[in-house]
Design a protein around this ligand. Sequence first.
Ligand code: AHM
Ligand code: MG
Length: 345
Amino acid sequence: MKILPYQPDQTNLAYSVGMTLDRFIKHKQSDFPFASGELSQLLRDIALAAKIVNRETNRAGLANIGGAFGQTNVQGEEQQKLDVIANIRFMRALSKGGEVCAIVSEEEDAVIDLQNASGKYVVAIDPLDGSSNIDVNISIGTIFSIYRRKTPAGSPITEEDVMQPGNQQVAAGYVLYGSSTMLVYTTGCGVNGFTYEASLGEFFLSHPEMNAPKDGNIFSINEGLELEWDSIVQAYIRSCKERKMQSRYIGSLVADFHRNLLKGGIYIYPSTQKNPNGKLRLLYEANALAFIIEQAGGKATDGSQRILDIQPTSLHQRTPLFIGSEVMVDEAVKAYSRATAIPAV
Ligand code: AHM
Ligand code: MG
């Protein structure tokens, strides 16, 4: 029997498809201080649910799963059918794996106890963010945060396990269902982005070691609410315009965040008269993106405090959010520290 060592192909006839998410996760497992493979498996479970949600969003126009579900969620917002479907998909994937003990979801009033005696992780998730864009074929996303539970596995879930500040996240990420579908995540060792290749059913590493530009030229804010902002945000946005910066606002947090992460810019959802604490939720929207932007060299604040240091007090708590390139976020923070906000009338 003749045995030959493998020689990598030199012909260039078959281009390399690159590294799959699965292989990347396995390769990086040793970065985790308590590597036991469970966090890796949890990330794979999320990726699988993301593929299914990607399929559902792609066929929504054909499958009568667009439009309103007919109920409101705990925040009083109208649920779309795809919000509900995505929630079911992620819940199912996370409950089957056995690594997760509890889930906080935008679509669920209470903490969901998965009754996995061995589950070490708590997941906070917005299964489908940007609901208002679902029916009009505009990018939407999934946002997730992963925490290690504080109490021993097998014991009842406590508030201490769930109400952890963002600086305790062990991993966080988002999936962007856009012109291509991407999964971007961090485990605290930089940020990596993967693009979904639908014909192969795999995410491939396409954006290794992502870095946010230190400064940017884009501001993203719902300008329709200008009269509801405080005077500092009004002045800050005016100064962006005076400097001839670009206004870009999709109204899907993941899509706005992703663009600014790649191109440099700031996303702001400030406090408004209607929503004095802003609109975005700390546990399953702001924290994950704050972890990612810091890992990519940017910043995230509520105007006075680092997002990751906010101690949550309630599940669906909201926070003002200023997030993006370091220089732009610093400018906004300085404006707050220089002045006392005078509410607009
Ligand atoms: P949702 O979780 O109900 O989808 O709301 C969050 C979305 C974000 O994706 C987006 O940035 C923001 O709400 C847009 O809000 P507005 O329409 O007030 O500008
Ligand atoms: Mg949301």
